[in-house]
Write a protein that binds this ligand. Structure first.
Ligand SMILES: O=C(O)[C@@H](O)C(=O)COP(=O)(O)O
Ligand SMILES: [Zn+2]
Length: 211
């Protein structure tokens, strides 16, 4: 896809996420890798009303080339890309149920949501928790660096998910699946749900595992 088409795609998918209530106000940010840098959503922009011409372009060193000022989470996005050469896009939202899970005191920090459905395992896999950082804190890059190579999605404590994909559509689908599974997880708390077995998860990973 050329840069013009990528700009249009970012705005179209961002608006779709916003219109369906998957992030609110000016929360959330999206980026896409280019040959020589990245396109990112600007800071303080509403994902429902992005202008393709005002998206931020950063060069390969993370310098602001044109467009509005970048999302304050650009160090988080660039750290994740550095660990994931196979990923071409990243989505961060404040999707309500995922944020709710990120605030629970008793979650498994190595994998915040159990394997409830096959589609969740196929799209998201395991979901580690990154300790709380202030939004925009570049130190979060260090926390992500140890995990993002092995995990396409991580959950920021008391904040929300950040999800990488082989392209923007894949990152959006995975973020949506994470949110729906977070909702299921909260609905099922206290009901001792049957989860997929280790063998079932291993089979899904080998048949459908994400890069
Ligand atoms: O939670 C935050 O402040 C950021 O992670 C966010 O979601 C929106 O920040 P900008 O992308 O800088 O608008
Ligand atoms: Zn955020």
């Amino acid at each position: 896809m050329n840069e013009t088409a990528l700009r249009e795609q970012i705005c179209t998918l961002a608006q779709s996420l916003f219109d369906r209530g998957l992030t609110m106000g000016s929360s959330g940010n999206i980026s896409v890798r280019l040959n020589d840098g990245w396109l990112m959503t600007p800071t303080n922009a509403c994902l429902g009303r992005l202008d393709p011409a005002r998206l931020t372009r950063l060069d390969a060193a993370g310098r602001h080339i044109d467009g509005d000022a970048p999302t304050k989470e650009y160090p988080l996005h660039t750290a994740m890309y550095a660990e994931r050469p196979q990923s071409e896009a990243i989505v961060h939202l404040h999707s309500t149920h995922s944020v709710a899970v990120s605030c629970l005191p008793d979650i498994d920090t190595h994998d915040c949501i159990p394997p409830l459905t096959a589609y969740y395992v196929m799209r998201v896999g395991t979901l580690p928790l990154i300790p709380y950082h202030e939004p925009g804190d570049p130190a979060i890059g260090d926390a992500v660096r140890g995990l993002a190579g092995r995990h396409a999605a991580v959950l920021l404590a008391n904040h929300g998910p950040i999800v990488a994909g082989k392209n923007l559509e894949a990152a959006v689908y995975a973020t949506e699946e994470l949110e729906e599974t977070a909702k299921l997880h909260l609905l099922l708390r206290g009901h001792n749900p049957r989860t997929l077995t280790e063998a079932q998860v291993a089979s899904l990973q080998s048949n459908f595992g994400r890069p």
